[in-house]
Ligand binder design. Sequence first.
Ligand SMILES: Cc1cc2nc3c(=O)[nH]c(=O)nc-3n(C[C@H](O)[C@H](O)[C@H](O)COP(=O)(O)OP(=O)(O)OC[C@H]3O[C@@H](n4cnc5c(N)ncnc54)[C@H](O)[C@@H]3O)c2cc1C
Ligand SMILES: *[C@@H]1O[C@H](CO)[C@@H](O)[C@H](O)[C@H]1NC(C)=O
Ligand SMILES: *[C@@H]1O[C@H](CO)[C@@H](O)[C@H](O)[C@H]1NC(C)=O
Ligand SMILES: *[C@@H]1O[C@H](CO)[C@@H](O)[C@H](O)[C@H]1NC(C)=O
Ligand SMILES: *[C@@H]1O[C@H](CO)[C@@H](O)[C@H](O)[C@H]1NC(C)=O
Length: 534
Amino acid sequence: MRNPVSILSVVVFLLCNSMANSDVLEESSILQCLSNHSVTSPPISSVTYFPTNPSYTSILQSYIRNLRFTSDTTPKPLFIVVPSHVSHIQASIICCKIHGWEMRIRSGGHDYDGLSYVSAAPFMILDTFNLRFISVDMEDESAWVQSGATLGELFYRIAEKSKTHGFPAGVCPTVGVGGHFSGGGYGNMMRKHGLSTDNIVDAQLVDANGRILDRESMGEDLFWAIRGGGGASFGVILSWKIKLVSVPEIVTVFRIEKTLEQGATDIVHKWQYIADKIDENLFIRVVLLPVTKTHLPSIKAKFIALFLGNAEKLISLMNGTFPELGLSPMNCSEMSWIESVLFWSNYPKGTSLEVLLNRQPQPEKYLKKKSDYVQEPISKKDLEGIWKKMIELRRPALTLNPYGGKMSEISESETPFPHRVGNIYKIQYSVTWKEDGPEAADRSLDQIARIYDYMTPYVSKSPRSSYLNYRDVDIGINEIGNASYSEAKVWASKYFKGNFDRLVQVKSMVDPGNFFRYEQSIPSLTFWKSTMAE
Ligand SMILES: Cc1cc2nc3c(=O)[nH]c(=O)nc-3n(C[C@H](O)[C@H](O)[C@H](O)COP(=O)(O)OP(=O)(O)OC[C@H]3O[C@@H](n4cnc5c(N)ncnc54)[C@H](O)[C@@H]3O)c2cc1C
Ligand SMILES: *[C@@H]1O[C@H](CO)[C@@H](O)[C@H](O)[C@H]1NC(C)=O
Ligand SMILES: *[C@@H]1O[C@H](CO)[C@@H](O)[C@H](O)[C@H]1NC(C)=O
Ligand SMILES: *[C@@H]1O[C@H](CO)[C@@H](O)[C@H](O)[C@H]1NC(C)=O
Ligand SMILES: *[C@@H]1O[C@H](CO)[C@@H](O)[C@H](O)[C@H]1NC(C)=O
């Protein structure tokens, strides 16, 4: 009889060896393809991470902003390329095409449903976090910003050069400009200056053929599509050229909370009539939260504002149009625009501006978000019904962001982002949780689905609209990977309304083979017709 130990060790040896061999084989052939199509220095091998690389997991995780997609069962990429040279991007496109892999493009990784780093098909991730150079040109009042930069880095670099310039974009500093600008990008200067996308004047991208294009060489159709249609349907955005906006040396902020006992219903009701019509220098967000831990369950309404002007002017403005809030000089803080960025990110007064360069956000959570647009004020009676529902469900928070001002002056078809005149405010629904496992997730997903359902009568209809940057796969996805026009139209009309058709035309022209595809990518008619014909 043979020695069982030696049999076992032979088996183990064979197993390990064959696994290692096939991995090595696969890795070396992928690397050879990548190397064959990129510069020798810096070599692409030094920025390519296979699962066997000790850094693979930390690189994958470091830009996942929703803990739901960090579990062992979440599909993982075959490999990750972190380009430091444009040829690394071109080579990744060519090799993905050869092997039929999907490419997921990630900048800040804030996609709410993880579409920048998860796929059911075999895929790799192109992670642009090392492409984050920002050059601010004060003479031209513009800046070139690479797609892997964060909003915090951009704001910091602008403020470094000027106290009277800023840029209209989101209020979370760790959001990446790659996804944010290509999906719209709104923040507290939206009523004065529009979206980020409304202030982009040029861009560089790599298309499905690996060509590097700028505004002139890509043409106005593609340049239109990437300013709100989502970049990842059309190419890899390398950088944006943005037009800076003027901000006053002194701006004013406030945060005031009212519970139902303090008259929140009347105040929120009134807010709906003034928030989109008031001076466009003033942006008042409302965050509504159920307070269920107290003896008498209630709703807390937090009013958070940015005014592009001083406190005295703000007080007299509020006194004239919104006295119900009871704003007093004691509630207002004057500061520079860049300090207001920290205030809006909930940093305590006096925090160093350097925190804006910190790319890792506050502790991560499990989360789910959805969005809606409100076009008619909701009556007091109906608001009370909503409060009751929120208290019953216990968790969903609603954030109301006012439109109007500049947003109403831009036509629906100027960019793919169609939510312009006629919208009073947008609602973001949000649930976050800390417990791992399917029970907590199911409970939270059920809560947000129920409030969304409850809100149906009060929000925009046919289509019930959604904001692309508040990614929501519940509204529909391309089930078969290469969607048909009619399949995609279901979800895409919510994001783009009448602009969907033009997006399809652009897609069919610039990426007919549907290389840039994901669950909510714009379909290519050319591709779909050719496969149907087979
Ligand atoms: C905490 C938090 C706060 C937020 N606050 C705001 C806010 O104030 N205002 C607002 O408008 N939105 C806000 N958002 C939503 C945010 O704008 C979107 O999630 C945005 O798409 C994130 O961009 P990203 O590059 O960080 O995300 P990613 O997950 O990297 O990318 C999002 C999408 O863009 C694609 N993409 C990314 N980079 C590129 C590229 N270089 N080329 C082509 N396609 C690319 C991805 O493939 C994906 O489809 C917030 C999100 C979070 C998580
Ligand atoms: C890479 O290029 C070499 C030399 O041109 C060629 O022999 C090889 O087949 C190529 N490999 C791949 C995977 O493209
Ligand atoms: C606003 O100012 C008033 C005094 O005028 C004060 O009573 C109230 O607490 C302040 N509210 C906040 C949120 O600071
Ligand atoms: C607010 O308005 C009232 C009445 O219009 C006026 O009497 C009062 O002086 C105003 N207060 C401020 C601070 O502007
Ligand atoms: C979608 O199209 C691509 C590109 O031709 C192809 O490689 C892929 O297999 C298709 N996926 C599905 C699910 O049909």
